[in-house]
Design a protein around this ligand. Structure first.
Ligand code: ADP
Ligand code: MG
Length: 397
């Protein structure tokens, strides 16, 4: 198996280290970080602290939002620099440009243990275009590259995929942990292993289902994914979140994995478009006027029994429309079961993590992935251009 080159044991004293991180915190219209942003920033602190304590000159590189290759005032990183200073309890100098003579001069002046944050990389059109000249200009600012932005490691951007090829490069502690955990799920999960897949669309989760199904003992479904499965297995779901196109390869998947696949047996629906008319019904009583918004309590209980026996559990996708009361109930109940089970539990996905964070249930998990799309890409076996340069060549026997 391939292993990542990690930061452990690397001499960074006096070196200028270009540390790619993800400070893409949600911001308000004035660019101020919204509450909850600390979680994302806290995830990168261990690598920064390690580099600082080892005497490196740390140059942080990040993106924020989608400025589209030009300067957008509300997407500057000055507030992020301030917030990082508070979290680290040490100054983080904000450099208000991505390149040019001033940036070089500011980096030249850095002392061992200093930390600086470059302006939003996506202000330069070269970042998202994976432009070699832009990556080269970034490389000229440092001696080493550390990649700790797992959430963009499926992107082929200059700072992610090109820069690590231009200098000696290593995985930071966050990337190391993410890869470790997800690799363990794929390669050697402790059994019984289960996957919980919900969320908006089967279409976006199909590749994930295909790689996970052979590796797990049970697949528990919810959300739009379950609705579409229910429709494909003959339930008359006609409205709400359900995909109506054919899915030719899903029938085969369904029949091959019937023993593993768990569909809801009761559901929380809105009948005839009236939200005050929310009710819990058995799946057998569904009519074409029902909009399925959540799994029901009987399903949650059945899922909990499976979870209680599991040793590994991976979850992506809310089991219902958690943003609207009371349709977060299925997600909440299942998260509680995971808290009480002794499975090694992993959760990821932008909306899933937001749902569980709002419910105060993230602590129920052994690992909360910082990669939404990146986690899915990794588990699907999709190319990871931001990790590829960090693998040591295969050792020959
Ligand atoms: P993630 O971002 O965690 O991968 P998705 O983006 O796939 O998750 O799906 C999350 C969205 O799916 C949420 O906005 C949630 O409201 C919605 N959702 C889940 N189940 C339902 C449902 N039964 N009806 C309507 N919306 C649902
Ligand atoms: Mg989402």
């Amino acid at each position: 198996m391939r292993t990542l080159r990690t930061l452990r044991g690397v001499d960074v004293k006096g070196k200028r280290v270009l540390l790619r991180v993800d400070c893409n915190v949600a911001v308000d219209d004035d660019g101020r970080p919204l509450s909850g942003a600390e979680q994302r920033l806290e995830a990168i602190l261990p690598t920064i602290q390690h580099l600082q304590s080892e005497g490196a000159r740390v140059i942080l590189l990040s993106h924020l939002g989608r400025p589209g290759g030009k300067v957008v005032e509300s997407l500057r990183l000055d507030d992020v620099a301030r917030q990082l200073s508070v979290l680290l309890n040490t100054p983080v100098r904000y450099i208000p440009e991505v390149g040019g003579p001033d940036v070089c001069a500011r980096v030249e002046q850095m002392q061992d243990g200093d930390i600086a944050l470059l302006e939003n990389l996506r202000f330069d059109p070269g970042e998202e275009r994976a432009d070699l000249a832009f990556a080269d200009a970034l490389a000229s600012l440092g001696d080493l590259v550390v990649q700790d932005a797992f959430s963009v490691s499926h992107r082929s951007h200059a700072s992610v995929a090109v820069l690590p090829r231009l200098r000696p490069s290593y995985a930071g502690f966050l990337v190391e942990r993410e890869v470790d955990v997800l690799q363990r799920i794929l390669v050697n999960p402790e059994r019984p292993a289960i996957a919980i897949i919900g969320g908006a669309k089967l279409e976006t989760k199909l590749a994930l289902l295909k790689t996970l199904l052979p590796r797990v003992d049970h697949l528990l479904t919810g959300g739009g994914v379950a609705n579409t499965f229910l429709r494909l297995s003959g339930s008359p779901i006609g409205t709400g979140l359900v995909e109506t196109h054919p899915f030719p390869d899903v029938s085969a998947l369904l029949s091959e994995s019937l023993d593993k696949l768990h569909l809801p047996t009761d559901v929380h629906v809105i009948r005839g478009g009236q939200s005050r008319d929310a009710r819990i019904i058995p799946v057998g009583a569904l009519t074409p006027a029902d909009d399925v918004r959540d799994i029901g309590p009987e399903t949650a209980l059945a899922y909990c029994r499976v979870i209680a026996t599991s040793k590994t559990c991976i979850w992506n996708g809310p089991l219902g429309q958690f943003e609207t009361l009371p349709f977060g109930e299925g997600t909440r109940r299942v998260a509680h079961c995971i808290r009480n089970a002794d499975a090694f539990s992993v959760v990821g996905g932008g909306d899933t993590v937001r749902a569980l964070s709002e419910m105060g249930l993230l602590s129920a998990f052994d690992h909360v992935s910082t990669g939404g799309g990146a986690m899915l890409a990794f588990l699907e076996g999709a190319p990871m251009p931001g990790l590829e340069p960090l693998y040591t060549p295969l050792e020959t026997a």
